[in-house]
Design a protein around this ligand. Structure first.
Ligand code: AHR
Length: 515
């Protein structure tokens, strides 16, 4: 048994979580849209073709904002192809995922889907093969009330009220050579600035996110953010970050340490953004939009999981099957995001259905929850509020991160990794204190002692764990509840002292209420 402790004071907080921290992402990629969100003719489809079984799971998952339509896809997307009468919409080759895009689902269907699920829409514009002109026209189409070409076109298409989309991404991963018309930081900085100016001239209420590096391991990381923000600083509110955790090395200790790299990444991007502000003596603070994060590695390398021959429509690609171990690393990422609630004010789990997703479906068949569903749903249900600045004491371990740069193997040391990774959130409205705790020890139980100061009387409302003796256990269509939450037994609460025993390799949520 190892011992760890947390000292909390209700008055000491990192910041308050923005509801947008609990966002997700839906790209025209594989079966995310077609066969995922949208499947006309499915027994569960509504009159618009939206799968009601998927919508029910999405509501349970609880994402607050949804990024669309890409991803790599957006860098070759003509938004005009996917509005208006469906029978007139062209089919196109999508070079990002080597698929045929039927365009039967487009911006208006996406907005309808968001309205039906109560999720805020977030749109990305194509700054790869297109530019500021197509971007400003899309803002006019979506947000201008009426009386102009594009706003009247929207009304003609059946949506007389503006969509009022607030959050816009200026392209996607524009530093990546895999992107259609990738750019240097200077090229992108210029194009993003000009697009941003025009988009905001049409609708001054919008918020704009510039692309950060497509990962911390990009050779240009740091320099890219600096140059891009030098150009865009006065025109954007956000800079994006992307991270996909991997277990290529099949090293559980290292894999579970790897979410800590997200902490470093966030703190580095904050430092760069604030340095750009400092150079101009500005008190403006650029916020971070972690608009792609997840575990992804099995279907990432090589062509097999990423593409299928013959330009198919909605191929079964990136259908990563998540096991128990992935859910633990994923839970670590949840904690990293919560603990940076002051600057990471938006984040999107990539993605939502079928493609690297917490929800799986069978085309024509059922839908079910993958293992990673649970830590996300825990975060969206109990992550609202003030993230407390706890003093955490935990024994540590050393590991070796494996974080490849493209095909080059790269190992580097992970030193002093605490076995306990944790975040605590106090919600003043519900008067609840929620402790999220990941025990990363491979074999030992953890005795956790929490001292919660300056709270009124705390009583236990719920305590549950995600744990399985088999790290490779998964949920399937036939066994959809193999991995699910179970009660965490034996939590003791006395005054401001909470103690619990956490199983080795477990994700735990302890929720208390003030009386
Ligand atoms: O989410 C899958 C892909 O990962 C996205 O299209 C891209 O932005 C990233 O490289």
């Amino acid at each position: 048994m190892v011992a760890a402790s947390i000292l909390l004071n209700k008055d000491f907080a990192v910041g308050t979580t923005d509801p947008r921290l609990f966002g997700a992402f839906a790209e025209h990629l594989g079966r995310c849209i077609y066969g995922g969100l949208y499947e006309p003719g499915h027994p569960e489809a509504d009159e618009k073709g939206f799968r009601k079984d998927v919508m029910a799971l999405v509501k349970e998952l609880g994402p607050t904002i949804l990024r669309y339509p890409g991803g790599n896809f957006v860098s070759g997307y003509n938004w005009e192809d996917a509005v208006g009468p469906v029978e007139d919409r062209p089919k196109r080759l999508d070079l990002a995922w080597r698929s045929t895009e039927p365009n039967t689902f487009g911006t208006n269907e996406f907005i309808d889907w968001c309205r039906a699920t109560g999720i805020e829409p977030m749109l990305a514009v194509n700054l790869g093969t297109r530019g500021g002109d197509a971007a400003r026209n899309l803002v006019e189409y979506c947000n201008h009330p009426s009386g102009t070409y594009y706003s009247d076109l929207r009304a003609e298409h059946g949506w007389s009220e503006p969509h009022d989309v607030k959050f816009w991404c200026l392209g996607n991963e524009m530093d990546g050579p895999w992107q259609m018309e990738a750019k240097t930081a200077t090229e992108y900085g210029r194009i993003a600035t000009e697009a941003a100016k025009m988009m905001r001239w049409i609708d001054p209420s919008i918020e704009l996110a510039a692309c950060g590096s497509s990962s911390r391991r990009m050779p240009t990381f740091g320099e890219w953010e600096d140059t891009v923000l030098e150009h865009t600083f006065d025109h954007v509110e956000w800079i994006s970050l992307h991270t996909y955790l991997n277990n290529y090395a099949e090293d559980t200790a290292a894999f579970l340490a790897s979410p800590d790299l997200m902490d470093d990444f966030i703190e580095e991007v904050v430092a760069i953004a604030d340095a750009v502000a400092a150079r101009r003596l500005s008190d403006k603070r650029i916020m971070l939009s972690f608009d792609e994060w997840n575990v992804w590695y099995r279907t990432r390398r090589g062509s097999e999981g990423r593409t299928k021959p013959g330009w198919p429509v909605a191929p079964e690609i990136l259908e990563e099957i998540y096991n128990m171990e992935d859910a633990l690393a994923f839970g670590g990422a949840v904690i990293s995001l919560l603990n940076h609630a002051d600057r990471v004010r938006c984040a999107c789990l990539a993605q939502l259905v079928n493609a690297i997703a917490p929800i799986m479906t069978e085309t024509g068949g059922p839908a079910w929850r993958q293992t990673i569903f649970f830590p996300f749903a825990d975060m969206s249900a109990h992550g609202q509020g003030r993230v407390l600045n706890g003093q955490v004491k935990s024994p540590t371990y050393d590991a070796r991160y494996y974080d490849p740069r493209n095909t080059q193997d790269l190992y580097y040391p992970a030193k002093d990794v605490p076995y306990l990774k944790t975040a605590s959130v106090y919600d003043p409205d519900r008067r609840t204190l929620t402790i999220f705790a990941l025990n990363r020890h491979l074999t030992e139980e953890m005795q956790l002692d929490v001292t919660a100061r300056s709270f009124a009387d705390l009583t236990l409302e719920d305590a549950h764990e995600l744990h399985d003796g088999d790290l490779e256990a998964i949920n399937t269509k036939d066994e959809p509840d193999r991995i699910t939450r179970k009660p965490l037994e034996g939590v003791r609460v006395q005054g401001g002292t909470i103690s619990a025993t956490l199983k080795p390799l477990s994700w735990n949520v302890i929720r208390l209420v003030e009386r």
